[in-house]
Design a protein around this ligand. Structure first.
Ligand SMILES: [Zn+2]
Length: 456
């Protein structure tokens, strides 16, 4: 039994049902599970591990709902290209990835996320060149101690059959389905507090066949795992679906049985007029990736309309080749700002919407993301939930002048790195440094791998 006491936070944001923010707050946890949340005076006076959070704002650990870790190796490439050109530039580089590259990039991506306060991340890995396996992500995630939803992706529709990726990076449907069963049976943990869950995630309408989508849905339901894919990301994708399948991306997904509370879509930028109602009616979740959508000029997802319709919305940094960073706190800020652009009264085609409050952006980054991943044990600081949280130092240049509202400051001011990030009661980041990894060594390995990949 290991106990943890967090005390004296300048403010502790609970995200509980009353959205309480507790000045002078803290929490008490045992074996990674929160037992008490309240003012410091109400909590036990000691514990095996004590974090004095004086001068810090403590928030539930942020939850990332969409990423491609391996892309940390190929940042800042195809700098001015839209999605399809960007992908066709990068596919041949990614075809050179080795299992060790995937391991190194997983460490870098997860540490970058943890430094921004993220405690749970999904990742969508859809290329397995040179005998890579999903374990090349799962094992490093387990070692780092970050909660991980491994989305087993796939591509089965190569260029010779009318898809976008070169044939060299696609796999046979038999192999994809056999591997889906193998990784679920080997790694999926449905229990509350799970560190690893597996998700089935064929890549996108233009890189997989309808058969693999249908079969993946059938398998996912047999095993009770969630489903994830890219959908309605760009106008090019919509045109592809209309031409090849005779329907728009949402109708195509519905046709394939890809609807329900166990399904979440990355992007959903172009859902059509009835899209928000459709998402709500079917209970699907959305991973909103504002930086990537801006970087690739994909468009602006109608987030205010999703929220208004009751759709579950989380945030994703998306892969680091289209962001080109993995800062989830920064992503929450981008989401808030982009929603304001989308609702700007002066912008042609914009629908006038109330400005998205900072606290709504923080809610999407925590509770929203947890809900999209199908978790009710994280994203909130309350008794019975996991002790996953991030603490940010308020005594910094960036926050000076905003301390009358530290919660809003966290979103409105420049994003700062977390001082402490805890997962299940254990520190992953302490005093602003990774606990289990020599960062300098890791960056040297990562840059070496990146040079080799990009250089061919
Ligand atoms: Zn993506």
């Amino acid at each position: 039994m290991v106990t943890l006491l967090v005390k004296n936070a300048t403010v502790l944001v609970t995200m509980d049902e009353h959205r309480r923010e507790l000045p002078g707050g803290g929490l008490f946890a045992r074996d990674g599970w929160i037992e008490q949340v309240g003012s410091t005076a109400e909590l036990p006076g000691s514990a095996d591990r004590v974090l004095d959070a004086a001068g810090l704002i403590v928030v539930p650990g942020l939850v990332n709902t969409h990423h491609h870790f391996y892309q940390t190796l190929t940042r800042a490439i195809a700098q001015n290209s839209p999605l399809f050109d960007w992908l066709t530039t990068l596919y041949p580089i990614w075809a050179r990835l080795t299992p060790e590259d995937i391991r190194i990039s997983t460490r870098v991506a997860l540490l970058e996320m943890a430094m921004s306060g993220c405690t749970t991340s999904s990742d969508h890995l859809y290329l397995f060149p040179n005998r890579s396996r999903l374990e090349d992500e799962i094992e490093p995630a387990r070692e780092l101690g970050i909660r991980f939803h491994a989305a087993y992706g796939s591509m089965s529709l190569g260029r010779s059959r009318g898809g976008l990726p070169p044939d060299s990076v696609v796999e046979s449907e038999e192999k994809i389905l056999a591997e889906s069963v193998r990784v679920i049976e080997a790694h999926h943990d449905p229990a509350p507090g799970a560190m690893i869950r597996v998700v089935l995630a064929p890549c996108s309408p233009f890189s997989v066949t309808p058969d693999i989508m249908r079969e993946s849905a059938r398998l996912a339901r047999r095993y009770g795992v969630h489903l994830h894919t890219h959908l309605a990301e760009t106008k090019d994708e919509e045109a592809f679906c209309l031409e090849r399948f005779g329907k728009d991306p949402l109708a195509y997904a519905e046709d394939l049985d890809w609807v329900g509370s166990d399904v979440w879509f990355a992007h959903a930028v172009h859902p059509g007029e009835g899209g928000p109602g459709w998402m709500a009616r079917h209970g699907c979740g959305v991973a909103h990736c504002p930086s990537s959508n801006m970087r690739l000029a994909s468009g602006i997802a109608p987030i205010a309309r999703y929220l208004e319709a009751g759709v579950r919305v989380g945030l994703g940094v998306d892969g680091s080749a289209s962001n080109d960073g993995g800062n989830l706190l920064g992503e929450a800020r981008q989401a808030m700002l982009l929603a304001r652009v989308a609702g700007s009264p002066g912008l042609a085609g914009a629908e006038e919407m109330p400005q998205m409050p900072a606290r709504t952006a923080l809610e999407m980054a925590t509770l929203g993301g947890a809900s999209v991943l199908g978790r009710d044990d994280v994203g909130v600081l309350a008794p019975g939930k996991c002790a996953d949280f991030a603490a940010f130092d308020l005594d910094r240049l960036e926050f000076s002048g905003a301390l009358h509202d530290p919660v809003a400051a966290l979103l409105l001011c420049s994003p700062v790195p977390a001082a402490h990030t805890y997962v299940h009661g254990s520190p992953v980041i302490a005093e602003g440094r990774p606990v289990a990894v020599e960062l300098e060594d890791l960056l040297e390995q990562h840059n070496r791998a990146s040079r080799r990949l990009i250089g061919g």
